[in-house]
Design a protein around this ligand. Structure first.
Ligand code: F0G
Length: 401
């Protein structure tokens, strides 16, 4: 009921071909369903629990999936920050509440299931951290080995801990993420491992369900969906999914797709702001938000289309703005996220200040990963605990009582 189609030239491939780039033009592939002949009903979906698998008719997996109950993440109304910004309808979809603590689990439940469906025995990825943690978790659940390549010294502690503990073969390369992705891609092509970065069209199918859930939770289409952008897979996936809902007649308009990058690591923003036909890679990307420290986003072509076709935009925020929003989300909303995730809400603050966001908009920010992913960046921003002698007088004195 589906095939692989090149996003650039439209060339078709069979769904069981292990292929990541079009043989004719080299661009990425996407999954295309025969939506006219798939029996899906909104009513049926509504009966199922909120999760990636609620939407299984428009996912590629036909076997029993490798699942740890991903998706079904909370959508929080950001009342305090919203009030400060004059936005009464500002929401955060907390993807940090997934099994491994990031949105990548939506992609990996589908991607690792597809590895089994396609009879692959080994999986691999390059990662700024979360993809590797998630792959390690789902490979463990599936009982197959995983290889993950990380940029040495640039991955947050919690993510490395997860990849190691869940039993992946963790390799640190002396180079950045873009180089690691190139290397793992070559490794997979030459040695037959199944590549589960966002060049894999099946993995992104899982991620598109973020948009589906947000609409189901809100009871309608938001005016704007705001996402942090690194390799640009997530924003592309959400846009693709929403187009499918349009085609199915389940919704009648698209939200303005809005991408936020960290200043110093913002090639998609440069392309949007300067109206370039394609991104110019940033050779030395740098930001405190290591998750999105990516200079050559492989899904940029699709992301530019998503942003341009929906009347959205892309802007960058500084590390200081990101960290300030991380603290605000934690302290004013009780929402603990990692720096890259705070970028989406920091981007909203900036867009309001610049007068680009209309205050009547209903906005969903995707906050992509949990606060505990990067404890070192958290600790650096906070005063250390007050250490005292173990008696009541010392306690009262420490509390100024
Ligand atoms: N937020 C977090 C927390 C991420 O880990 C990532 C990407 C993004 C946002 C950006 O998503 O790449 O689809 O535009 N992390 C990847 C990784 C690159 O390896 O974990 P994107």
């Amino acid at each position: 009921m589906y095939r692989l189609v090149c996003v650039h030239c439209g060339e078709n491939y069979a769904p069981d071909e292990i292929i990541y780039n079009c043989r004719r033009c080299g661009h990425l592939l996407a999954v295309q369903y025969d939506l006219d002949n798939i029996a899906v009903s909104r009513k049926e979906w509504d009966k199922r629990p909120l999760s990636v698998w609620r939407y299984r008719e428009i996912l590629p997996v036909t076997i029993d999936p490798v699942t740890l109950f991903e998706g079904g993440t909370p959508l929080y109304h950001l009342k305090t920050i919203g009030k400060e910004l004059g936005l009464s309808q500002l929401y955060a979809k907390h993807e940090g509440m997934n099994p491994s603590g990031s949105f990548k689990d939506r992609g990996m439940t589908v991607g690792v299931s597809m590895a089994l469906q396609l009879k692959k025995t080994h999986v691999a990825c390059a990662s700024t951290g979360n993809t590797s943690a998630s792959l390690a978790v789902y490979a463990a659940k599936a009982g197959i080995p995983a290889v993950v390549l990380l940029p040495a010294g640039k991955v947050a502690l919690g993510k490395v801990a997860q990849a190691l503990m869940h039993g992946a073969n963790v390799i640190s390369i002396r180079g950045n993420f873009d180089k690691a992705l190139e290397m793992v891609h070559d490794l997979c092509l030459s040695h037959g491992l199944y590549l589960l970065n966002s060049v894999n069209p099946y993995r992104l199918e899982g991620q598109k369900t973020i948009g589906f859930e947000a609409i189901d939770q809100l009871g309608g289409v938001p005016d704007r969906i705001v996402l942090p952008v690194g390799n640009a897979g997530n924003i592309s996936a959400v846009h693709k999914g929403l187009n499918e809902l349009i085609e199915l007649g389940f919704i009648d308009r698209l939200p303005m797709m809005t991408g936020i990058q960290a200043a110093g690591s913002a090639p998609v923003v440069d392309a949007i702001q300067n109206n370039l036909p394609e991104v110019v890679p940033e050779k030395n990307p740098e930001t405190v938000a290591t998750a999105i420290r990516i200079g050559a986003p492989v899904n940029a072509e699709k992301a530019l289309t998503a942003i341009r076709k929906t009347g959205g935009t892309a802007i960058s925020v500084t590390d200081a703005e990101i960290l300030r929003m991380q603290r605000d989300l934690a302290r004013k909303e009780g929402v603990g996220v990692e720096p890259a995730s705070a970028a989406s809400v920091a981007g909203v603050r900036r867009l309001v200040e610049e007068g680009i966001i209309d205050r009547n908009e209903r906005i969903v920010c995707v906050v992509t990963g949990h606060l505990l992913k990067d404890p070192e960046t958290v600790i650096k921003q906070c005063e250390p605990p007050t250490e005292i002698d173990a008696d009541l007088a010392s306690l009262c004195s420490a509390l100024h009582l």
